[in-house]
Ligand binder design. Structure first.
Ligand SMILES: Cc1cc2nc3c(=O)[nH]c(=O)nc-3n(C[C@H](O)[C@H](O)[C@H](O)COP(=O)(O)OP(=O)(O)OC[C@H]3O[C@@H](n4cnc5c(N)ncnc54)[C@H](O)[C@@H]3O)c2cc1C
Ligand SMILES: C=CC1=C(C)c2cc3[nH]c(cc4nc(cc5[nH]c(cc1n2)c(C)c5CCC(=O)O)C(CCC(=O)O)=C4C)c(C)c3C=C
Length: 475
């Protein structure tokens, strides 16, 4: 028997891939009363979709193709809502600097040649700086330092700093370039410059599809030039459909059952869940690393210490619906560089991507790496709501109260891949191997925070299990 810990998208995908490769005796253990983890959608009584966690998925690369293949497997193709590259939401990235909104100049070649505020030089100057800057051999560096050194302070401050807020709600001065922008890091280490590395990559063979034949939906995404996609009714449809699918194939799904201890003995794993104890051949954990650490630290303190050292940050998500079409800018949303020292990280313009009649739906995201500084220990929902509404008024000039709102405090929701993350993950994997622990690690804490990364990590873990047990069908 296999036990999968955690019913977020990682754990659900593991069960799906186990079943696909003919492992049928699977138990999924989830602490809360629902599946989906951070993927959570609510609907207002008037039918407005409020995403409390992720809202879009990228169709790019091997990981993007893998997720689209899963969507096909689950029969969700008709629910996919793509946003194409030429849509304003894909073209326009706004940042809020010096009390004004600015469009980031990365959407066409012409924009490289002109000076656009808040930048004081055309972007092309940054590319020349990169070509002139000598290569520096480093093991790792913060994304901010790397970009400042090679492309200049303005790109680090106005492009990379907000980008990191919009992917991990973190501080670019702490996040590892080797992990989050691996291709740019390797471009310098191998070719001496980002520009040269990018040019070389045009001639390099792209990684081929992991499928024998390309998935149809991926082919459509390429042909129609999708930038991102979502699901009609909200992204929670994905974990919910997975839950139904795995249950139909006889997986034992235990909800409201937090695992409290994990012990390894005689090549087996003993999983404690409330009063019950399950012995199994292998455990696949999709829990956040800190949660897993709590379960095994008594027996494996060294592993527990490494796992609990992966930092996380908390994000406040405030969904708002206003009557009327109130947005002047047509864009995915706006991001706020941390140098602005505001409690908000950014605002997503939901109804710009997916219009909803004569209404405006926005999502304000706040806190992240700066949560404690701005909100302290236990902020009240009223304070969080009024802060969000205040910035919607001052930045977007939308006055009046929202007709509907939802405030969610997502504690420790996003892991931070800080300097040294790569080496820490290597140490964790080595420990598991050297001690022959029947344990696989899946989920956002390790090899990528995006939904695509998490689903691919699930598939990879199952593929590796097939190798270990020399059993099951190849997926
Ligand atoms: C605000 C926000 C916006 C995001 N936006 C995007 C986006 O636009 N696009 C994108 O691709 N990604 C986005 N992400 C990232 C993505 O949503 C997550 O990385 C992904 O959902 C993580 O999935 P997971 O299965 O690894 O973990 P989780 O979702 O954390 O699932 C882990 C599960 O384990 C359970 N659990 C914990 N402890 C125990 C225990 N002791 N016993 C049993 N169960 C336990 C939890 O209840 C949870 O259900 C966003 C994330 C956040 C927070
Ligand atoms: C423009 C506004 C955005 C805000 C505000 C924002 C907040 C936010 N995002 C995450 C986590 C992720 N976002 C991801 C993708 C993504 N985010 C935005 C914009 C905002 N995010 C866009 C346009 C996209 C699409 C991808 C892109 O074009 O860059 C992802 C997935 C990344 C991947 O590798 O696929 C994650 C993860 C958090 C935690 C957050 C909170 C402030």
């Amino acid at each position: 028997m296999y036990v999968v810990l955690g019913g977020g998208i990682g754990g659900l995908s593991v069960v799906h891939y186990l079943q696909k490769s003919s492992f049928k005796n699977v138990k999924l253990i989830e602490a809360s009363s629902r599946v989906g983890g951070w993927i959570k959608t609510t609907k207002t009584p008037e039918g407005f979709v409020f995403e409390q966690g992720p809202r879009t998925v990228r169709p790019k690369g091997v990981a993007g193709e893998n997720t689209l293949a899963l969507i096909e497997d689950l029969g969700l193709v008709n629910k996919v809502m793509p946003i194409q590259y030429n849509h304003p939401a894909a073209q326009n990235r706004l940042i809020y600097v010096n009390k004004a909104l600015h469009t980031l100049p990365f959407n066409n070649i012409r924009s490289l040649l002109v000076t656009q505020t808040p930048f004081t030089k055309p972007l092309i100057c940054a590319l020349f700086q990169d070509l002139k800057t000598p290569k520096k051999l480093v093991k790792d560096e913060s994304i901010y330092d790397f970009v400042e050194r090679r492309l200049g302070k303005e790109i680090a401050e106005y492009a990379v700093n907000p980008l990191i807020c919009g992917v991990c709600a973190g501080d670019a001065k702490e996040i590892s370039v080797k992990f989050l922008l691996k291709s740019l890091f390797e471009a310098e280490q191998t070719y001496g410059s980002i520009v040269k590395g990018m040019l070389m990559s045009i001639f390099k063979r792209k990684p081929s599809s992991i499928f024998q034949t390309k998935c149809e939906l991926f082919k459509r995404a390429e042909k129609e030039r999708w930038s991102v996609w979502s699901l009609d009714g909200g992204l929670e449809l994905l974990p919910e459909t997975l839950r139904i699918s795995i249950k139909n194939q006889q997986a034992d799904v235990l909800l409201s059952c937090p695992c409290t201890e994990l012990v390894f003995q005689n090549g087996k794993a003993v999983v404690k869940v409330s009063e019950k104890i399950f012995e199994c051949d292998h455990v696949i954990s999709s829990l956040p690393a800190k949660q897993l650490a709590l379960l095994l630290t008594k027996q494996h303190p060294e592993l527990g210490k490494e796992l609990s050292s992966i930092p996380t940050v908390s994000v406040v998500v405030v969904n708002l619906q206003f009557k009327g079409r109130l947005l002047k800018e047509n864009a995915f949303g706006l991001l706020v560089p941390s140098s602005e020292k505001l409690p908000i990280l950014g605002i997503v313009f939901d109804t710009c991507c997916f219009p909803k009649g004569d209404n405006t739906v926005l999502t304000v995201m706040m806190g992240g790496r700066w949560f404690d500084q701005f909100f302290g220990n236990d902020p009240s929902p009223d304070k969080l709501l009024s802060t969000a509404v205040q910035y919607v008024h001052s930045i977007l000039h939308i006055s009046g109260d929202p007709q509907a709102h939802e405030v969610s405090l997502l504690r420790n929701c996003i892991p931070q891949y800080v300097l040294g993350h790569y080496e820490r993950i290597e140490r964790i994997k080595a420990y598991v191997n050297e001690h022959n622990l029947p344990l696989s690690l899946v989920g956002a804490s390790y090899d990528g925070v995006g939904i695509n990364d998490v689903i691919l990590s699930a598939r990879t873990a199952v593929k590796n299990l097939i190798k270990i047990f020399n059993d099951g069908e190849v997926i």
